[in-house]
Design a protein around this ligand. Sequence first.
Ligand code: ATP
Length: 348
Amino acid sequence: MSLQVDLKLRRGDFRLTVNGRLPERGVTILFGVSGAGKSSLLKAIAGLQPCQGLIRFGDQVWQDEGGSLPAHRRPVGLMLQKPTLFPHLDVAGNLRFAARRSGADAGRWREVVALTELQPLLTRGVAGLSGGEAQRVALARALLTEPDLLLLDEPLSALDAERRQALMAVITRVAERLPVLYVTHQLDEVMTLGDHLWWLDQGGLREQGELTERLAGLHGPLAAGGQAAVVLHTRHRHYDPQHHLLELALGERVLRLPADGPRGDAPRLKVAARDVSLTLTAARDSSVLNILPARVDGLRDLGHGQCLVRLDCEGQWLLARLSTLSRDSLDLRPGSTVYAQIKAAALV
Ligand SMILES: Nc1ncnc2c1ncn2[C@@H]1O[C@H](COP(=O)(O)OP(=O)(O)OP(=O)(O)O)[C@@H](O)[C@H]1O
């Protein structure tokens, strides 16, 4: 089911107006600078923050001018930035509370405990948990409520890299069946998890849509923050164990990157604009392994002698961050044909 919101909320002097629709499944990254209203929006959708307007989930109206459905009657799994666990219950007690409410059976309990690796912590009191442990309990609790909509506010921020990878895979799987609205500032989470994007800016929803397309905009949310990067959707082609190089197909072209083995059938690659350089002819004597023909689609002057160039490369978007001196000396303009160079080590 898809979520539709058309709401206004106030917190002190802060005002937020959001008119958006969340797709029926997949992870929608809720992006915005600190104070943009991300947590307030999640709470409003969950029924924990008063707001005005419409919130509809599928054919259920959660809020309209006629009233508001109480939070406990909304089928939402909410995980706040600072998990609020019941301090008088141990970890198992906290999870049992959620499982009882949803009627999750023993099989589901075992599955969620295994996914979040909580077995060794079940009898621990929650007061002594580390930040990362508390986050795993809160995520397990949100999953055990068997929600129809998952709202996650920086759910992996206190976890180590290995656990984050594992839990990102869990969230991806959950999102195959239901919509997930996911707040993060972490670029790797945006790139790995995101299918769609909601960008909160200056009190409103400035952009919404498919993540790959939004990130590749010259005025997209990362471009504005100076961290411009795109996601490339590739296909596995070959792994070269001798050179520890993974070969991925990008349309008719091949991308090479260092790896210890294959990464699935359809890996996504994050490519930062600062790691892409341009030439007018294909260098034959370069150490750069990835040299791809591309066409300039548009340019944006970023100020301070820097510019951003958007390129069409095999039907996907690349961004390159260049000096304006390079732009002018190559005489780059929309329609120019170029070669994009990306060092293998920059592809992660
Ligand atoms: N209880 C409150 N009273 C007054 N203003 C509040 C209250 N809670 C939040 N605000 C203000 O509302 C605005 C939005 O806060 P919110 O926590 O939703 O932002 P956020 O995007 O989640 O930020 P962050 O990324 O830092 O968590 C901020 O300006 C904040 O100061």
